[in-house]
Design a protein around this ligand. Sequence first.
Ligand code: CA
Length: 336
Amino acid sequence: MDISQDLNAGSIVFSNKFDFNTITTIPLVLSSGDGGFESSQIQGTAGFLANGWQLVNDSTSQWFVGLTGSTGASGFGAYISSDGGKNATYGKTSSVSWFYRDVEIPPYPKKIDITFDLAVGGDSYYDKLRVFNLPTSYDILPGKFIAGHLEEFSNKDWNNYKLSSSLNFSTATQSRRIAFAWNNNNGQQLGDSCRIDNISINVDCAYQNLNAPPIFDKPGQEFVLSFPEQKFVKKLVNFHYDTLGLNTERYLIPYYRISRDGDTWTQWLNVTIYFEYFTNIDSLDPFYLEIKWVRKGPSDVGIIRITEYKIEGELERQTVEDGGTTTIPKNESIVI
Ligand SMILES: [Ca+2]
C-alpha cells in the first residue's frame, strides 16, 4: 500500500494500484537441460525418462535419444528411427510415436511458448511432426494421431521454431501436457525422419513479483482490508475493478465496520455510492477499521479483480499562536 501525505492540507491518502502490465517469464524446461536431452546423457529410449519426458512409441518408427538427433551444437537430441536407433529413418509401416511431459503452470499465466530446433523429412500430407499443448487428462496412445495441434511440420532443414499458445487465466496452478508426435503412413519415404533438439518451455505470467491483486472467483467471496488502531482514515474515495471471463452479471459492493477495542465491532455498513465520510467515527478516540469488498450478482463464472483503491484520511492538527495563526499537523507519519 502506498501512503502519501499533504502536511499543509492535513490530508493523508492510502492507495494501492495493481500492475497488470508487468510480465515475468518463468522457464519450465531449459534447452540446456531436459529440453536438450542433456540433463542425463543417456542414449536410446531410456534417454527420455532420464530427462523427464514420457515415451509412447509405436512398433515401427520410434523415438530415440542420441547424437543422431542433435543439431551438432550439443550432445544429444531426439529422433525417429525405424532401425532400432541406428539412423534417422522411418519405416513403410504406418506409425504414430509420441514423447511428452506434464508441466505445472504458475498462477496468472498469459501464454506459454514452446521453442525447439527441428529438422524433418517426410511428405507434407502423410509424414509429419505435430506439436501439442494438451490437457493432462488426454490419454496419449501409440498409433493414434490427433488434430488440435499447435502446428505441424514436414520436409524442413534444421530451423528454430517458436509456438505460442494461450492458457486459462487462473489464480491457481494448473498443469498442461506438452507433446510431440510423429506420424508416417505406409507409402513412400521422403528424406530422413524427424530430429528435434533444444526444446525450451516458458510461461509468461502477470505480477509474479508484485503483491497479488484481490481476486474474486465465486459469488459471496470477500476481500478484507484491516487497519490497526488509528484515528486518521475517514473514507473510501474510490476503487476500480475489472472482470475476466464471460461477460455475465457480477460486481463488487464495498462495506466497512469499526471497533473501538479491536474486539467488538459494528455491523458491516454500506459505503455510500457517494463515498461520503464513514459515520460512527466522529469522536477523536482511536479506532480499528476494516473495509471489505464482496462479490455480488447471479453469475458464478469468470473472475473479478480489484485494480485500484484509494482511501483518504485526515491528520490530526493543532493550532499554534505564532504572531499569526498557523495550523500544523501533530502527526507527521503513520504506518499502516
Ligand atoms: Ca541436445
